[in-house]
Design a protein around this ligand. Structure first.
Ligand code: PLP
Length: 360
């Protein structure tokens, strides 16, 4: 019998590594109170309004969801002053990243992205037999000039993660506008704004307005972060009609589930939960920044709900020592750790665990 033909390109990629699940660590350590500051989730949990809507909706799950998520698309369109046919829903914004790659990238094509940025971009592009073209960050920020120079006739997509994961840094409105003006109109620009709801900088781009500029722009957002619905998997993209209609041909029917659509609609209206979540993040950020300042560990200026910190030592070993203290953070490369901002008591617990590890 002939052996299975695994594609070497696909075998060459490391599958996406999610943060370690809290239950797994608790089982390993035989404890019940591990904390997870690793996956940039909302530490306050889901919007209570979404939870109530879910309770009421649960008896309706024998029905297929609204195929195109009409109600949620309309609500998002209204909120962002676009037309519903400029909105696409995804099973998390991750799915829309995949749709974009499937729709635009094939063997021999290139996609330009930062190095370092969200690890799913190169993974998806490689799986599609395309080539990720990685442009080093400059001072921890996207180097848009170098990214524009990296565009070739083979370039199909450009990813701009804003704020960037894992650094938390942003590009501002003037920089983004200048960048878009320098690009050929054949290249689709993906502006991934998964963390936009935490941004406080006044000069952050109003990127949805850019969808009609020369280059086709798609702005990706998610309910997984500030809205606290990561487990339900729902995100969205906003772009000009022709791009949305194209992506709509690619995804599965019923790609976003009914409970996720209903919870998202409720979470959008939960101003109290959104404000409380922002407050906890802003305060936690200050607490963690002070901690790292005391340790003299440089931190990138973050506009998101996480901090990327230079520890000056083997961060994987540090990550593992913190695990033994029941604290999960994220080690991505070298001497740096990414820490999601938690509730005050979680931040405190992290600080204590870190001090214990460093003095041990
Ligand atoms: C930059 C970025 N984009 C997209 C996502 C995925 O979001 P979703 O849960 O909507 O798939 C994440 C999640 O961590 C992210 O960091």
């Amino acid at each position: 019998m002939a052996p299975i033909r695994f594609w070497p390109d696909i075998l060459s990629v490391a599958s996406y590594t999610p943060g370690k699940p809290i239950e797994e660590l608790e089982r390993e350590l035989g404890i019940t109170e591990a904390i997870k500051l690793a996956s940039n989730e909302n530490p306050l949990g889901p919007s209570p309004k979404a939870v109530e809507a879910l309770r009421q909706a649960i008896t309706g799950v024998h029905r297929y969801p609204e195929g195109r998520g009409t109600a949620l698309r309309a609500r998002l369109a209204d909120r962002f002053k676009v037309s519903p046919d400029e909105v696409i829903l995804g099973n998390g914004s991750n799915e829309i990243i995949e749709l974009l790659v499937r729709g635009f990238v094939t063997a021999g094509d290139e996609a330009v992205m930062a190095d370092l940025t969200f690890s799913l971009y190169p993974l998806m592009v490689t799986v599609a037999r395309g080539t990720p073209v990685k442009v080093p960050l400059k001072d921890g920020r996207h180097d848009l000039t170098a990214m524009a120079s990296a565009v070739t006739p083979k370039t199909r997509l450009i990813f701009v993660c804003n704020p960037n994961n894992p650094t938390g840094t942003m590009v501002n409105a003037a920089e983004l506008t200048r960048f878009l003006a320098a690009l050929p109109e054949s290249v689709v620009v993906v502006i991934d704004e998964a963390y936009v709801d935490y941004v406080t900088a006044p000069d952050f781009p109003r990127s949805i307005e850019l969808r009609l500029s020369g280059s086709p722009v798609i702005v990706l957002r998610t309910f997984s972060k500030l809205h606290g619905l990561a487990g339900l998997r729902i995100g969205y993209g906003i772009a000009r009609r022709e791009v949305i209609a194209y992506l709509d041909r690619i995804h599965q029917p019923f790609n976003t589930n009914q409970l996720a659509q209903i919870a998202a609609l409720a979470a959008l209206e939960d101003d109290q939960h959104l404000a409380a979540s922002r407050r906890v993040n802003d305060e936690g950020k200050v607490f963690l920044q002070q901690l790292f300042a005391e340790l003299k560990w440089p931190v990138y200026p973050t506009q998101a709900n996480f901090l990327y910190v230079e520890t000056g030592r083997d961060a994987k070993a540090l990550y593992e020592s913190l695990l033994r203290q029941g604290v999960i953070v994220r080690h991505i490369e070298g001497s740096r750790l990414r820490i999601t901002v938690g509730r005050p008591e979680e931040n405190q617990r992290f600080a204590e665990a870190l001090r214990a590890v460093l003095s041990g």
